[in-house]
Design a protein around this ligand. Structure first.
Ligand SMILES: CC(C)(COP(=O)(O)OP(=O)(O)OC[C@H]1O[C@@H](n2cnc3c(N)ncnc32)[C@H](O)[C@@H]1OP(=O)(O)O)[C@@H](O)C(=O)NCCC(=O)NCCS
Length: 188
């Protein structure tokens, strides 16, 4: 079934919507964000595009959620990290599934990553269930990984590996021989 939400890159006009969602109680509880992010801070995070993609899930002009994928360089080139959040008013409407699916497609089908990993608070049952459902597996427990609202909190590391499905090979329509022959006849 087609989603009522659209995935696209972030726009300048999304900044206010992103800031609003990042101040939501549920979002702050699930993310490692410090409360009260400002426009300038978000602007500089969004501007940092090297080895990173932001995806916004939009409901028309409204920001329903976002996800980010970052990947490494050199020997880390095939490894990606992702994070996401869905605005408090949009949870349980399929935005999470849509965004994780888009991140997996971007990572495996466009970047040829071999693994995509994430960290999730151990008490975030909603996110853990979503990631398990999308094929992520637990790789470790990180103790006291963060301090949130007066308490230390453990986290899980999870990852999904590229299943290595047959990657299509879009072949050149002409052989090298044909290309040279065509170029020769054009020159004649
Ligand atoms: C966790 C989060 C991303 C889920 O997004 P969502 O858009 O609500 O998820 P979806 O509607 O796509 O749900 C997909 C599936 O995930 C699971 N799920 C989602 N929310 C759940 C909840 N509260 N309890 C149990 N399972 C849940 C279910 O299996 C659900 O499928 P179903 O609705 O058919 O049962 C969202 O709640 C969120 O952003 N929370 C705050 C920020 C955060 O925690 N980010 C993740 C940091 S690691």
């Amino acid at each position: 079934m087609a989603s009522e939400f659209t995935c696209r890159g972030p726009r300048q006009s999304d900044v206010a919507g992103l800031l609003d969602m990042m101040s939501g109680e549920g979002v702050l509880h699930g993310l490692t964000l410090l409360p009260h992010m400002g426009e300038r801070e978000l602007g500089s995070i969004l501007a940092h595009q090297r080895n990173r993609r932001w995806i916004v899930a939009a409901d028309g002009e409204h920001v329903a959620g976002y996800a980010t994928l970052e990947w490494g360089e050199g020997r880390w080139r095939r490894s990606g990290k992702f994070g996401m959040a869905v605005a408090d008013g949009y949870v349980r409407r399929g935005v999470g599934i849509l965004l994780v699916g888009e991140i997996i497609r971007l990572g495996f089908r466009h970047l040829d990553l071999q693994r995509i990993e994430l960290e999730v608070y151990a008490d975030n049952a909603a996110a853990c269930t979503l990631y398990e459902r999308m094929g992520f597996e637990y790789e470790g427990l990180k103790r006291r990984v963060s301090f949130r609202d007066g308490a230390y909190i453990d986290g899980y590391s999870m990852a999904i590996l590229n299943p290595g499905v047959q990657v299509e090979h879009v072949k050149a329509p002409r052989t090298l021989h044909q290309l040279l022959a065509d170029a020769g006849s054009r020159a004649a």
